[in-house]
Design a protein around this ligand. Structure first.
Ligand code: SAH
Length: 219
């Protein structure tokens, strides 16, 4: 049965073992670990994959996309919390898992996904799990979600070829954008800070994500 409680490989005990492993791998923010101990990752993927949900690995979801590796989600979330954001825009909803984790820790999460089918599946999960402060819509992430702007922070969960300057207008003054930038050979996690006359950027870490693509898919 695919319930939030889970059994066997999807049980709370298995989830707790994932938390122990994240700790071993250097995740120290207890707020992040607590959120990841609560959110049932096995419900953010197809049932056939659920028995692997608490392995520390990215797993395939539909449309050739992936649910990010737990360690990556934890690390990104740790960095996000350093800026104490209240309202976040996520680009690349995918399974909805990263958005759900953020939703445990900040006031509101708005997430944009280009593949409508993934958007609808993620939205069903948020409703079912009662994550009322997490919303998703289909769109090209590079257009952001203007109606809900401005955001304290924007997080990208796919790699952009270059810094998406178009999104700066949806950030509050001094707001931060955190996203992987690069191609399939080399990517860095970049922190972009909005300044009064533009932005400053800083390289945080080498990473590997699926690419951002242009345009939406509705089917
Ligand atoms: N945050 C997700 C990870 C998803 S992988 C999770 O926790 O599961 C990245 C996602 O970004 C994919 O679903 C992909 O379809 C989406 N994506 C790629 N380019 C995009 C764009 N231009 N706008 C919005 N979403 C995009």
């Amino acid at each position: 049965m695919n319930s939030a409680l889970g059994i066997g490989m999807t049980s709370q005990r298995t989830r707790n073992r994932m938390i122990d492993r994240l700790r071993d791998k250097g995740i120290i923010d207890e707020r992040v670990l607590a959120a990841m101990a609560i959110v049932p990752r096995h419900l953010f993927m197809d049932e056939a994959m659920a028995h692997r949900a608490y392995e520390d690995t990215a797993l395939p979801i539909k449309h050739g996309q992936t649910i990010s590796q737990p360690w990556v989600v934890a690390k990104m979330t740790e960095i996000v919390l350093q800026y104490q954001p209240k309202k976040i825009l996520e680009i690349g909803t995918g399974s909805g898992y990263q958005a759900a984790i953020l939703g445990q820790l900040v006031d509101a999460v708005f997430s944009v996904e280009r593949i409508d089918n993934l958007t609808r599946t993620a939205r069903r999960r948020f409703v079912k799990l009662g994550y009322r402060n997490v919303r998703t819509k289909t769109g090209d992430g590079f257009d952001g979600w203007a109606n809900e702007a401005p955001y304290d922070l924007i997080i990208g969960t796919a790699a952009a070829e270059k810094i998406p300057e178009s999104l700066l207008s949806q950030l509050k003054p001094s707001g931060v954008m955190l996203l992987p930038v690069g191609d399939s050979n080399s990517q860095n996690l970049i922190k972009v800070t909005k300044t009064f006359d533009g932005y400053e950027s800083e390289i945080l870490d080498a990473v590997m994500f699926v690419p951002f693509l242009q345009g939406t898919i509705r089917k």
